[in-house]
Design a protein around this ligand. Sequence first.
Ligand code: UD1
Ligand code: MG
Length: 460
Amino acid sequence: MSAPLNVVILAAGKGTRMKSDLPKVLQPLAGRPLLSHVLAAADTLAPERICVVYGHGGEILPRAIAPLFAHLDLAWAKQEPQLGTGHAVQQALPYLDPEAICLILYGDVPLTRPETLREMTLIAREGAIALLTVRLANPAGYGRIVRNARGEVIRIIEHKDATPEELAIDEVNTGILCLPAAKLAAWLARLGNDNAQGEYYLTDVIGMAAAEGEKVIPCHPGATWEVLGVNSRSQLAELERLHQRNVAEALMAQGVTLIDPARIDVRGSLECGRDVLIDVNCVFEGSVSLSDGVKIGANCVLKNVSLAAGVELQPFCHLDGAKVGADARIGPFSRLRPGSELAEATRIGNFVEIKNSQVGCHSKINHLSYVGDATVGRRVNIGAGTITCNYDGANKHRTVIEDDAFIGSDTQLVAPVSVGHGATLGAGTTLTQDAPAGQLTLSRAKQMTVPGWQRPVKNK
Ligand code: UD1
Ligand code: MG
């Protein structure tokens, strides 16, 4: 039996440079908190326990995060005041299994790949200390990795405590390490704070380990972006683009055409069939699925949407909670709100809003209409400027339009009301009673012409 894995995530820091009321680890990357990316990576390793060390921002943090990871039974260790990274891990010790190996992550380093972390756990399971390091062209601010003549890691020196020779070292501590929990606890108990910042440094553990003859094995991420942290809005934006680029690459590798992989934002899950094309500046939120041959025009926003094969979305559409059948054509400038269900080969045009409605196959709503709380049959044509008056100021009511009906332009359907099979409504009708099947119904003031009428002329 290999040792259990416990994960500690440090997230008590203040994040002063974000200049925000929101705790730093709750700032969103790809639409979800930084900390949730770290938790998701930890989750892939199936740890027996995860403990988050929090402090700054107080209970806002567990309140925001716990519901997103209800299946994980997270432990929350409060660190107050925040006396350094070593002090932070000390707060987590009561929650750790002494038999476990302990992986330490930062809540503000969101993009570390699970493969990188898994490799570290394997090293720690052998009893060694796995330390994630990288070489940086500009190592300023980071702790430096000090090695002996044999190239073995002997300690970490923080930037503020380093000599000029040490500052010249370009291999830095990422902060991520993995080691047996019992040894960690023993070393943490001996930490002091006699250093430039008066803090209890977690990094001092490395020096203690090396002095006791323990093996410190440096590991390296596959790419530097895996270990980049967020300290400012600028770094957050940079990581957002890095992450989106990775998502874009994965989509393209899978066969999706992205007109510009630098101009797509996926803030949830995006599933694509074969030969999907996505034009520039589209945003995908929640869970979106695009079947084979779907085309998404420029500047569309899709949230919790499923589009069947061959659907074409023209530019500037906003879809939220909609389900669209095969070969439908939507847009430009269409808005589908939650509960919109469009069947095969429907046509929805510009400035049309649909909410909580079913539209049958081959039906068309091409211009300037509002269809809410309606059931629209097959082959129905809804003329420009048609409105379902679904709300009486207190309650919502349904409109039913049966197959093959033709709704003239500029019609108001005052719900509850229904239009029978094959019925025609004349343009400009305000329908307040059901329209019978197969007949023309209209409500309209009679047209007249005033004989001999003269336009007024301007007084001289
Ligand atoms: C730390 C490392 C440094 C490394 C760098 C990488 C130490 C002493 N130094 O420095 O070697 O190169 O990270 O980014 O560990 N935190 C707490 N409680 C605290 C202090 C920090 O939870 O009391 C958390 C922060 O929220 C953050 C992480 O620990 O997620 C790192 O803290 P930070 O202050 O950024 O450490 P650095 O000084 O950058
Ligand atoms: Mg830092």
